[in-house]
Design a binder for this molecule. Sequence first.
Ligand code: IPM
Ligand code: MG
Length: 352
Amino acid sequence: MQYKIALLPGDGIGPEIIAAATQVLDTVAAKFDHKFQYTNALVGAAAIDAVGDPYPVETDAICKQSDAVLFGAIGDPRFDNDPTAKVRPEQGLLKMRKSLGLFANLRPVQLFDSLVDRSPLRPEIVRGVDFLCVRELTGGIYFGERGRTGISGDPDEQAFDTCTYTRTEVERIVRMAFELAMKRRRKLTVVDKANVLETSRLWREVAQNIAKEFPAVETQFMFVDNAAMQLVTRPVAFDVMVTENMFGDILTDEASVISGSLGMLPSASIGSEHALFEPIHGSYPQAAGKNIANPMATILSAAMMLEHLGLNAEAKSIRHAIDQSLAAGIVTEDLLGTHSTSEVSAYISDAI
Ligand code: IPM
Ligand code: MG
C-alpha cells in the first residue's frame, strides 16, 4: 500500500530524529512492501525564520492532504527569553492542533524492563508501569479568551485566562478514553478539580453518564492534586487516565519521567479526520546538530502512526527492534549509552 506522510521536523533536534524515524520507516516499507511518500513542511521557529509564521498555510494544506503527520519538535530559546516576542513557535503548535482538529492527545507511559534503574522512582514502585494518559487538546484554558484590562503598570491592571468546555468537547474525549480502556485493562481514572471548578463538574457529570454505557470499565474519579501524588506513589495502579488540556499537560510531564528517559516516550494526537505523531520531548536545543539525541521516542511515534494506519505487524516489528536495541545496549547518552542518534536508528533498521 501507499501512504502519504507529512514530515514536520521543526526545531532543535527535530530534523535528526525525523531522519532517524524515516530511516526506520523506509526499512519497514521495504520489508512489508509499502510505499511511504513523504512531504516535508515547515513548522515552529524554523518556519518563523523562513516565512514569518510558525504554522504556514502551506504546512496546513500538506498536513490535511496526508494520511498522517510525523512531527519532530518545536521551540527555540531565542523566543523563550523574550516575553515581548510577537510571534512564538508554540503558537504554531496550538494553531496546528486546532486546525487539524486534534482533540485527543494519547501519551502512553511504559517502563521498559531494561530501564527500571533509570527511573527516578524506586524499582519496586515503577516495575510494571503501563498506563495511557488521554489529554484533551483543543479546548480549555489553552484556547479560552485571554487578555489584560486596566492601565498597563497600574496596580489594578488585570490579566485573565478563561477555561471553557462544551458538553460535546467533553463527551468525545471521555468516550474515546472509555473505548481505549476497553482495549486495555478496563480501568479509567477521570482526573478533574470538581471540588472547585465548574468545568470540572461538567466533566464529571458527562463522565458519569458515559460510564453507564461501559459497565465493564471500572471508573474512578480523582482530583488532579491527588492524581499528581498517586502518579509517583502508585503509578502501577493506573490504566487509562483522562483529563482536560492543562491538567493533562502538567500530569504527562510528571508521568513521562517515570519511564527512565523522556527520550523514550511517543505520543499521538488524534482528531476525527487527521492524526499526528510526535515524541513527547521537546526540541532539546543544546543537542541540536550533535547527533546525540535519543531517536527512540520518535521511532515509537512512527510505530503508533503505523498502528493508526492499521499496520499492526509493521508497528510490532519496530517495537521488537527497539527492545533488541535496548537489550544490546545500543542506546544514546540519556540512557548512559555511547551511541549516536544515527547509530541507534541504523541498528534498529538492521534489526527489522
Ligand atoms: C506539550 C507542550 C505544549 C503544550 C507547549 C509547547 C505549548 O508542553 O505538547 O505538552 O503545553 O501543550
Ligand atoms: Mg507539555
